[in-house]
Ligand binder design. Structure first.
Ligand SMILES: Cc1ncc(COP(=O)(O)O)c(C=O)c1O
Length: 443
């Protein structure tokens, strides 16, 4: 009864959003919500930016569509220039899509075709990490390592290997940095050998973990070792930057923190800041060249590849970011916000607070010494998310960080335009929320 919408969750009631401005969303009853997670790391430039809206409208008046089997558009060409100028040196082409799962799925196929073009047609398996998320389509879900998202669809999933995450707070190898030999990186080589390097096409990873491990990132040596292993076995390195791309972590791309150049970068969300659905691939010259010199075309495509409205929204978003120095702001405000959270939050149940730029994760524990997790039945993270929302703050709760099933965390990732006063508001609502939920659960 009631609404005809097939909602995500039939048990929940949803606020009807009316409009957004800056870091706030307003519902039709006039209630205000501080978007402490930019939706889910989408609204990097905030809501209601007139110049982006006008750019999309202006493009719509020219044309909203031109099929890419026959047409390119000025806006697509300009956006590709812009995106390549922001990317690590060596990246030479950009491919625009409509969502993050489309991007990772296309990366899987592009890696496969790269090996066909270069005479290694047996290579097809993609290695990824447990406790990672790469999207919800079947290929993307097969690469992902979030047990609860995979569970119902296991019969459809591709037989892709997974390695342990790089997660110092709960090292899967029970080692301690810096005396660990970065075993988590070398596990990649072990699995490649085990599966047969002749079968492996790519390794995909989130440079800083998003929804599954909230802000966790590997030590400084990790991606250099991964690069070395990928080169040794002719395996493409795919950085999934659907969350971390375009300044979210305080640099253009998450992988820039390690000064390593991947072969493919998958992007989404922040490309358009939510002003149009978006995804895309940024492709290294080595990969583009293989296609150009080989069959000449990518055996893949969607109706909305290179869509002019997506491109207009993305170009205007990235231009706005540059004009207002927003990536620098993400870096600086991120540091300040992480400090505020560490200092001011009721810390008794906080195990770890981490992240870079405005991409911050908080992991909750029942016991700070033993790192014991809360009973999953208590739904601690969800309770914090729900109560914070009631109090006017949106954050992203998650679970499974400890072992894929247990462990509670939240992701905090506000728009880069957040002011000091708004950061104060965020921390204060969150603190009140954590105190109340803790009292209820530990009672
Ligand atoms: C790292 C990562 N990859 C891929 C995706 C999938 O993107 P989308 O939901 O736009 O399909 C997400 C979504 O949250 C993500 O965080």
């Amino acid at each position: 009864m009631g609404s005809k919408v097939f909602y995500r969750d039939f048990r929940k009631s949803y606020k009807t959003v009316a409009y957004g401005k800056g870091v706030y969303l307003y519902d039709i009853d006039g209630d205000r919500f501080l978007d402490g997670c930019g939706g889910n790391t989408v609204a990097n430039v905030g809501y209601g930016v007139e110049e982006i809206i006008e750019a999309v409208y202006a493009q719509m008046k020219k044309t909203s569509f031109g099929h890419t089997s026959r047409f390119t558009s000025e806006v697509q060409e300009m956006l590709a220039e812009k995106v390549i100028s922001l990317s690590p040196k060596g990246m030479s082409k950009a491919y625009f899509l409509s969502g993050g799962s489309e991007a990772t799925e296309a990366a899987l196929k592009m890696a496969r075709q790269f090996h066909i073009e270069t005479g290694n047609s047996q290579k097809y398996k993609v290695i990824s990490r447990w406790q990672s998320y790469h999207g919800n389509t079947i290929g993307a879900l097969s690469m992902g390592g979030r047990s609860f998202r995979r569970k119902n669809y296991v019969p459809y999933l591709l037989d892709f290997p997974h390695i342990a995450p790089s997660y110092c707070y709960r090292c899967p190898f029970h080692r301690e940095y810096e005396n660990c030999g970065i075993e988590c990186a070398w596990e990649l080589e072990r699995v490649i050998k085990q599966e047969g390097p002749e079968n492996i096409s790519a390794f995909i990873f989130e440079p800083l973990s998003g929804s599954s491990l909230a802000g966790v990132y590997p030590p400084k040596e990790y991606y250099k070792i991964i690069r070395e292993i990928c080169d040794r076995y002719d395996i493409l390195m795919i950085s999934d930057e659907v969350m971390t791309g375009f300044g979210r972590t305080g640099k253009n791309f998450g992988i820039d923190h390690w000064d390593v150049c991947p072969d493919i970068i998958a992007v989404g969300k922040g490309l358009t800041g939510g002003y149009a659905p978006a995804g895309g691939l940024i492709v290294h010259e080595k990969v583009s060249e293989a296609f150009r010199k080989g069959s000449g075309s990518f055996a893949h495509g969607h109706t909305f590849v290179g869509n002019p409205l997506t491109c207009a929204a993305a170009l205007a978003t990235q231009t706005y970011m540059g004009k207002h120095d927003l990536i620098h702001q993400s870096a600086e405000k991120g540091k300040a916000l992480l400090e505020m959270l560490k200092e001011r939050l009721d810390s008794e149940i906080i195990g770890d607070a981490r992240g870079k730029g405005l991409f911050i994760g908080i992991e909750f524990v029942k016991d700070q010494k033993t790192k014991e997790t809360f009973n999953r039945k208590a739904r601690l993270a969800e309770s914090i998310g729900d109560l914070a929302f009631k109090k006017g703050l949106h954050i992203l709760p998650g679970f499974g960080c400890a072992d894929g099933v247990s462990g509670d965390h939240i992701l905090i990732a506000p728009p880069f335009v957040i002011s000091e006063e708004e950061m104060e508001e965020l921390v204060s609502i969150l603190n009140e929320t954590i105190k109340e939920v803790k009292a209820r659960i530990l009672r």
